[in-house]
Design a protein around this ligand. Structure first.
Ligand code: CMC
Length: 430
C-alpha cells in the first residue's frame, strides 16, 4: 500500500500541470511519467538512463548488494559465511531454490549434477572444429549456445520440469565445455568427466589429467577453486546477468540466453578484467615500475585494471576472501613475482588521493587472475573460470525472470537524434 505522503509531486512547467507519482520501495515507475504531456498528440515524458545508472529493471530476491558498505549476500546469507562453510554446489542450490538444502536434498542435487556432466560426442566434434588458437571464451560461448540444438525440449520454458532439467544440465556441463576448450588450446586430448570426483576436483581433472589412471586433486587447490566458484556465483544485475535476462525475455531457451551472458562476460570491463589485470602486471614488470604506472593511470593514459566497480564504493568483500585464498594456493604452488607487484599497486592506490576520492578499491578480479596463473592456466582461460560458477547465478536469475508476471520482452526506448523525411537521391546522382 502506498502511504499518502509516499509520493512525488511533480509540476510540469511546460503546462503548469501537477502530478502525483507514487513511490514504492524507494522507486518511482518510469511509466508514471508517460501521462505528462504537452498536448494530446505528445508521446509523454520518458526517462533517459544510458547504462542503467539509476534504473531498477526487476524485482529480485536472489542477491543483496550494498556497494557503499561492501556487503554481498546470496539469498540473505553473507558471502563470507558461505565461502567459509559451504561448497559451490550447495551455493548453486541456494541460488536456484532460495534456501540451503538439507543433506538429502544436497545429495540428490549433487547426484543429478554429477550424472549430467557428460556432453554429446558431437559437441566434442564441434569444438574440435575450432582453430588451434581459438580463444576458449569464444569456444565456450559457441558451445553453450550449441547445447540448445541438442536439447530441443529446452524451448518449453513454461514447463517447470523442463526448466529444472536445463538448470541441472547447464551447471553440470559448463565445466566440461570449459575444460574441453582449455585442452583444445593446448592441443591435448579432451578428458572426460570423472564422476567419482567432486565438482571442482572433476574440473581440475578434466583440465590437467595426463597419463595417470586416476586424477587426484590437491585438496587445498580444490577448496580454493570451490571458494572462487562461490564468490563468482552471482552478483545481481551486472552486465552479463542483464544480457541473460534481456535475451531470455524473448522467451528463447536458456542455453541461448546463457550464451548471451558468456558474450557479455567476455568483455575486458566485466569478466575479461582478470585477464587484463594479469597482462597489466606483466607489463609493469617490477615493483620499482609501480609509481610510474600509477602516474600514467592518474594522467588518464589507462585504467588500473581490477580496481573500481559500478556498485562497490568500498572494498569488494570478494576481494578480501580471494586474497586469503591466494595464500593457500601459493603455499602449494610457490609464490608468483606478480603477487609482489599487485601488493605494491594495491598499497599505493589505497593511499593515493586519486583513487581514494573516486572510491576505487580492488575488485574481485584483482587477485583471481594470480590464482588462476598459479594453477597453470593461460590468461585466455580466466574469463572462462568466471563463467563456470556464474552459470548458477544466470540460471537462478533466468528462472526468477520467467516466473515473474511483471516481466515482458526487454525493449528500451530511445531518443532519436537522426534526420527525418529525407528525399531519396538515386545512386547515379549522389
Ligand atoms: N582506474 C583508474 N580510474 C578509474 C578506474 C580504474 N580502474 N575505474 C574508474 N576510474 C575513474 C574514472 O576515470 C572516472 O574518473 P573521472 O570522474 O575523473 O572521470 C571515475 O573513476 C568513475 O569511473 P566510471 O567509469 O564512471 O565508473 P563506472 O562505474 O562506469 O565503471 C568499471 C566501473 C568497473 C567499468 C571501472 O571501474 C573500470 O573500468 N575498472 C577496471 C576494469 C575492472 O576491473 N573491471 C572488473 C569489474 S569487477 C568484475 C565484474 O563484476 O565484472
Amino acid at each position: 500500500m502506498t502511504q499518502p505522503n509516499n509520493s512525488l509531486t511533480v509540476t510540469d512547467n511546460r503546462t503548469g500541470t501537477t502530478y502525483e507519482v507514487p513511490i514504492e520501495d524507494g522507486t518511482v515507475r518510469a511509466t508514471a511519467f508517460r501521462q505528462m504531456k504537452v498536448d494530446e498528440s505528445d508521446f509523454g515524458l520518458m526517462t533517459y538512463d544510458p547504462a542503467f545508472m539509476n534504473t531498477a529493471s526487476c524485482r529480485s530476491a536472489i542477491t543483496y548488494l550494498d556497494g557503499d558498505n561492501g556487503v554481498l549476500e546470496y539469498r540473505g546469507y553473507p558471502i563470507e559465511t558461505l565461502a567459509e562453510h559451504s561448497t559451490y554446489l550447495e551455493v548453486a542450490y541456494l541460488l536456484v531454490h532460495g534456501d540451503l538444502p538439507n543433506s538429502a536434498q544436497l545429495d540428490e542435487w549433487t547426484h543429478q549434477i554429477t550424472i549430467h556432466t557428460f556432453v554429446h560426442e558431437n559437441i566434442k566434434a564441434f569444438m574440435q572444429g575450432f582453430r588451434y588458437d581459438a580463444h576458449p571464451m569464444g569456444m565456450l560461448l559457441a558451445s553453450v549456445g550449441a547445447l540448445s540444438t541438442f536439447y530441443p525440449d529446452a524451448t518449453q520454458i513454461e514447463d517447470p520440469h523442463s526448466r529444472h532439467i536445463q538448470t541441472i544440465r547447464l551447471i553440470a556441463k559448463m565445466p566440461t565445455l570449459a575444460a574441453f576448450a582449455f585442452r583444445h588450446c593446448l592441443g591435448q586430448p579432451y578428458n572426460y568427466p570423472d564422476n567419482d570426483l567432486q565438482y571442482p576436483g572433476n574440473f581440475l581433472g578434466m583440465l590437467y589429467k595426463m597419463t595417470e589412471l586416476k586424477y587426484e586433486p590437491d585438496p587445498r587447490i580444490e577448496r580454493a577453486l570451490d571458494i572462487l566458484f562461490i564468490l563468482h556465483a552471482d552478483h545481481e544485475q551486472n552486465c552479463s546477468t542483464t544480457a541473460v535476462r534481456s535475451v531470455g525475455s524473448s522467451q528463447v531457451d536458456p542455453y541461448s540466453a546463457v550464451a548471451a551472458g558468456v558474450g557479455a562476460l567476455y568483455g575486458p570491463l566485466h569478466g575479461g578484467a582478470n585477464e587484463a589485470v594479469l597482462r597489466m602486471l606483466q607489463r609493469i614488470g617490477s615493483r620499482e615500475e609501480v609509481p610510474a604506472f600509477i602516474a600514467g593511470v592518474k594522467a588518464g593514459n589507462e585504467r588500473l585494471m581490477g580496481f573500481g566497480h559500478r556498485v562497490y564504493k568500498n572494498y569488494d568483500p570478494r576481494a578480501r576472501i580471494i586474497k586469503s585464498a591466494c595464500d593457500d594456493v601459493f603455499e602449494v604452488t610457490g609464490t608468483s613475482p606478480l603477487l609482489n607487484i599487485a601488493t605494491e599497486l594495491e598499497k599505493i592506490a589505497l593511499e593515493d588521493e586519486y583513487f581514494v576520492s573516486r572510491k576505487l578499491y580492488p575488485n574481485v578480479d584483482f587477485y583471481s587472475g594470480l590464482i588462476y596463473e598459479a594453477l597453470g592456466m593461460p590468461m585466455e582461460m580466466f574469463p572462462v573460470m568466471f563463467a563456470i560458477p556464474r552459470t548458477s547465478g544466470w540460471i537462478a536469475q533466468w528462472l526468477e525472470m520467467v516466473s515473474d508476471p511483471e516481466q515482458k520482452i526487454s525493449r528500451p526506448r530511445q531518443i532519436y537524434t537522426g534526420e527525418r523525411g529525407r528525399s531519396y537521391v538515386p545512386l547515379d546522382q549522389r
